[in-house]
Each structure stands twice: as C-alpha cells, then as structure tokens.
Design a protein around this ligand. Sequence first.
Ligand code: RTP
Ligand code: MG
Length: 140
Amino acid sequence: MTAPVEETLVLIKPDGVARNLTGEILRRIEAKGYQLVDIKLVEPSLELLAAHYEEHQGKPFYEPLVEFMQSGPVVAIRIAGNRVIEGFRSLAGTTDPTDAAPGTIRGDLGRDWGLKVQQNLVHGSDSPESAQRELGLWFG
Ligand code: RTP
Ligand code: MG
C-alpha cells in the first residue's frame, strides 16, 4: 500500500539565491528523499507577495519582508513526499537563524544580519491549507 503523497511549497529567498546556496538547499531536500515536482526562478510581483504573506500584513516586519523578497530572484519549488510539509519545516529550522539548530538549513547556513527582517534563506508552507493556497499562488 502506498501512503498518500503530500506536497508543499518551498521558496529559496533572495539571500539564498544571491549566496549561491540553491544547489546546497536542493541537495538537502533530495538527500532527505523528497521529490522535486516543479521548479522555477521567479521575480515575484507585489500582488503575489501580498497574497503570499497575507497573514503578516500590518506586522512591523511586513514592509521590510516584502522589500527583501523583491531584492532579487526567488526559486519556487514544489516538492512531494510523505509528511513533507512538516518534514521540510524540520529541515529548514526555526525562523531566527541564530536560534535554529545546527543541522538545519537556517542553523547551518543562516545568520542574523541585524536587519529589520530575518533573512533566513528559505520558506516552507506551514500547514496543508497553506500548502494548497501557496502552491496555487506560485504555480497556478
Ligand atoms: P516562512 O514563512 O518564511 O517559512 O518562515 P516562518 O514560518 O518560520 O516565519 P513567519 O513567522 O511565517 O514569518 C515569515 C517571514 O518573515 C520574516 N520575519 N522577520 N522579526 C523579524 O525580523 C521577522 N519575523 C519574521 C522571516 O523572513 C520569516 O521567514
Ligand atoms: Mg511562515
């Protein structure tokens, strides 16, 4: 019997692309055994980012976050696997890269630059509802 396959949205944020960490991040996703379903380089519009970060509108980091996300290209990836939503969040580590555990993407490769927003390399959907919504926004 085959387990139902789940999908999630991963973004390699502009800091990850600019620091040439795309390959390293993809390596970790593949080494974990998740499958790449679709991948593209995107320069996200304000409309896309406003929809993507709807839950954060009005928070103090919202404007710097959108500005950061438009500072360079982003790699959008659709990945699949059993419990991949939770699993990718584990691979990514906690939001603040200084707190993130060694062994995670943010813990190994990210640092706090003392800026207005956490430049933490990756995004991963945080629930099945978010994953469906975000995959629709980025992949249509
Ligand atoms: P993500 O959505 O990117 O996977 O990250 P997350 O769930 O760990 O973090 P979330 O709370 O959803 O925040 C979204 C993104 O906003 C930036 N942020 N900066 N105070 C800060 O400096 C701050 N707080 C949030 C980060 O880029 C975070 O990933
Ligand atoms: Mg989030």
